[in-house]
Design a protein around this ligand. Structure first.
Ligand code: SAM
Length: 281
């Protein structure tokens, strides 16, 4: 396990992913009943933007720092306000919260979070972050195993964030297999799978695999901050949402329009939100 998210925390893809994630959580919270959030690849939960890893890439400069420097009206837009409120407490100390901490800040008293992280150091940091917090289970367990074994939640409603590092070629197969198992056990869950846009063939393979196992509808929301080149550079970020809330596609499109001038690089950002009925095989 070589991947450490500390090198990338707060980059443009985190901003887009976390902002969309907040919209999904808020939608599920429109009903009073409790929800559970599963974060299968959680990371350590909090990142030091002044630390060595962040200093080596400076990726946050064209991500969260660009948003912090943008017009206040953008951050206060209702589509971004919950995300901004969840991350702002850390920015002054040059820190950026990861998905489990953002999720924790959105929980209501009745909601729960299960977060999984396999890297020994990042897993220990995650468990220390949530020590004593009864609303959160931070577990050193393989996220793929957890996805197959820990759903459905007793809360019955909820959301799974699947955010693997894409270090291995087999990861698309891992995602498809784990999701297939989870959906068989919990058909009504909302599943959000993050993916990088850099290798078009891999993106197509992933989307085909997900469309084949989604029980009903799936939305692919993609944001590219620069054009796709031949060099397979990381230009964009995608989120595939199985069982999307009915407002999700519309909100994602509006959110992308809001973020485009802040996050684009060189030329204009491009984005698309595609809704598909599933094609079960
Ligand atoms: N979700 C985090 C966020 O948005 O702040 C970032 C997660 S990062 C992209 C992926 C994480 O998955 C890494 O911290 C890595 O150590 C962890 N990881 C890799 N394989 C895993 C597995 N099989 N189960 C659980 N965690 C894993």
């Amino acid at each position: 396990m070589n991947y450490r998210h500390a090198f990338h925390a707060g980059n443009f893809a985190d901003v887009v992913k976390h902002a969309l994630f907040c919209r999904l959580v808020r939608y599920l919270q429109r009903k009073d009943g409790a929800i559970r959030i599963y974060d299968t690849h959680a990371g350590p939960g909090l990142y030091d933007l002044g630390g060595d890893e962040a200093a080596r890439t400076l990726e946050h400069e064209s991500g969260i720092a660009a948003l912090a420097a943008a017009d206040r009206a953008i951050r206060e837009n209702p589509l971004l306000a919950d995300y901004w409120a969840a991350i702002e407490p850390d920015l002054a100390a040059r820190r950026y919260p990861g998905s489990p901490l953002i999720a924790r800040r959105l929980l209501r008293p009745q909601d729960r979070l299960s977060a999984y992280e396999l890297h020994p150091q990042d897993g220990a940091a995650l468990r220390a972050l949530f020590a004593g917090d009864t609303a959160v289970k931070a577990i050193a367990l393989d996220g793929w195993l957890a996805l197959g074994a820990h759903v459905p939640p007793k809360e019955k409603r909820g959301l799974v964030l699947v955010d693997p590092p894409y270090e291995k070629l087999s990861e698309v197969d891992d995602i498809a297999a784990a999701l297939h198992k989870a959906i068989a056990r919990w058909r009504g869950g909302v599943y959000a799978v993050w993916y990088p846009i850099k290798k078009p063939a891999m993106v197509e393979r992933l989307k085909e695999a997900l469309a084949a196992i989604a029980p009903a509808e799936i939305v692919f929301a993609e944001f590219c901050r620069e054009p796709l080149g031949r060099d397979e550079r990381f230009v964009g970020t995608g989120l595939a949402v199985v069982n999307p809330p009915f407002v999700f596609a519309e909100e994602a499109e509006a959110l992308f329009a809001l973020l485009a001038p802040v996050l684009e690089r060189g030329s204009k950002a491009t984005y698309s939100v595609k809704e598909c009925r599933s094609r079960p095989s």
